[in-house]
Write a protein that binds this ligand. Structure first.
Ligand SMILES: [Zn+2]
Length: 435
């Protein structure tokens, strides 16, 4: 009797597996059942299987969905409001506009817009950070994104009006909130904003609870020199050392990490902290250049992120891959500073590792959930395909993505979202910013 599966990506011209050897497969069919990849076969063997649905991929490249490990999805609504200013000037403008439109409704609308932009551009999973995280999560999950987020912490009352005790309560109850919303599997996350907005005592409290409940401790670190100088003048140490001295590095993720010293990198390596490189945001705010090669050579896990649309203007992870690759080559004056397969790994399996999901997503391997994207290769800029990793990093773009699966569910088919109405989301977003 033939085996029955839910979905087949059939006749895949090129599959970037991003398995341990970064193998490239050709003319294969990927079989999906109950969310998971159950087999990868030669396309000729398809007759031995029954299937509910088949997607022809004979002119296509299939790869793991991109994983954006640092963004502020609802900030899509703040696109273009703070241009040609540095980080501090940017924060002033952004915080004023947030007070005006980013209430619960605004974050929900912005999250849907951001999740739709992400998915249409081949990003299947996001580590997000924003106020009113329950509304952000609800919006993103409704669109179909695998979406990790958690309560945010500042010492002061943020625009959400929550005091410290309420924030702590929010974190302790977070598992219930995400269970109720549903969606693809994600880790718990606690999100103290930074060492310049949260005191060491409060950071230590969040770290302790995170360890108790098994949450990721996700924060901004050393984004530019001024941040380091401010933190140093307060505590006479670097942001990384502030966290290290209060034992806040278990299961930690640092966004940006542009201005690290060798001691910081040593601490980060020993504590297995993941770093999220956001080249677009760092370039545009002139924050500096993350030293990817140094981090990589040290053995630190490095994944990629867009940051919010207020600083980097879009959620395009293809663009981020290219920026990150070129930036590493430029600052090292070495074209071999990062290889094309390392760049693809940073945008996929390394992101999964950042989220503690490396056994679940991030590569095309039997047993993993099918978070996969399908790109149309019949485009002048993708012919000839040459080295497929280079094709993805240096030639392909998000508009080449035609189908997107999250946990085996086709959430984008032929560039159209299947769970939400695109026009409705666009209208809702335009109306909200006018209020
Ligand atoms: Zn950020």
């Amino acid at each position: 009797m033939s085996q029955k599966v839910d979905l087949v990506l059939h006749g895949v011209q090129i599959a970037l597996t991003v398995n341990k050897k970064s193998e490239i497969l050709r003319n294969v069919s990927i079989l999906i059942k109950d969310k998971k990849i159950v087999d990868i076969i030669s396309s000729k063997q398809i007759d031995s299987f029954e299937f509910e649905k088949l997607i022809d991929c004979s002119h296509h490249l299939v790869m793991p969905g991109l994983i954006n490990t640092h963004t502020h999805t609802p900030m899509t609504l703040l696109r273009g409001i703070a241009e040609d200013v540095d980080l501090q000037g940017f924060l002033e403008k952004v915080w004023a506009e947030e007070a005006r439109i980013m209430n619960e409704k605004g974050t929900y609308i912005g999250a849907k817009l951001g999740a739709l932009e992400a998915l249409l551009g081949g990003t299947t999973c996001t580590l997000d950070m924003y106020l009113h995280p329950h509304m952000v999560h609800k919006g993103a999950v409704e669109v179909g994104l695998r979406h990790a987020i958690g309560p945010v912490f500042f010492d002061f009352e943020g625009p959400d009006g929550l005091n410290w005790e309420k924030r702590i309560e929010y974190l302790r109850n977070w598992q219930n909130v995400i269970n109720e919303i549903g969606g693809a599997k994600i880790p718990l996350v606690a999100q103290p904003h930074s060492t310049y907005t949260v005191s060491p005592e409060n950071l230590a409290q969040v770290a302790k609870i995170s360890q108790e409940i098994g949450a990721i401790f996700n924060t901004h670190i050393s984004e530019n020199q001024k941040e380091n100088d401010d933190v140093f003048s307060k505590y006479q140490k670097s942001p990384t050392k502030v966290l290290s001295d209060i034992n806040a590095l278990d299961n930690a993720v640092f966004a940006h990490a542009v201005k690290l010293n060798d001691e910081d990198r040593e601490i980060i390596y020993k504590k297995e902290v993941s770093l999220c490189h956001c080249p677009g945001s760092n370039l545009k705010l002139a924050s500096g250049a993350f030293e990817w090669k140094k981090a990589k050579d040290k053995g630190i896990n490095v994944s990629l992120g867009t940051d919010g649309c207020s600083s980097s203007n879009d959620l395009d992870m293809f663009n981020v891959m290219r920026q990150a690759a070129n930036l590493a080559k430029l600052i090292n004056e070495d074209p071999a500073a990062v290889s094309v397969s390392e760049v693809v790994r940073a945008a996929t399996i390394n992101g999964a590792k950042t989220l503690g999901l490396e056994d679940l997503i991030g590569s095309i391997e039997v047993g993993k959930e099918a978070d996969l994207i399908v790109l149309d290769l019949d485009q002048p800029h993708l012919v000839p395909s040459g080295d497929p990793h280079a094709l993805i990093v240096y030639a392909a773009g998000r508009s080449d993505v035609v189908h997107v699966l999250v946990a085996g569910d086709p959430v984008i088919v032929d560039r159209v979202p299947t769970k939400v109405d695109k026009d409705f989301i666009l209208t809702e977003a335009r109306n909200h910013i006018r209020q």
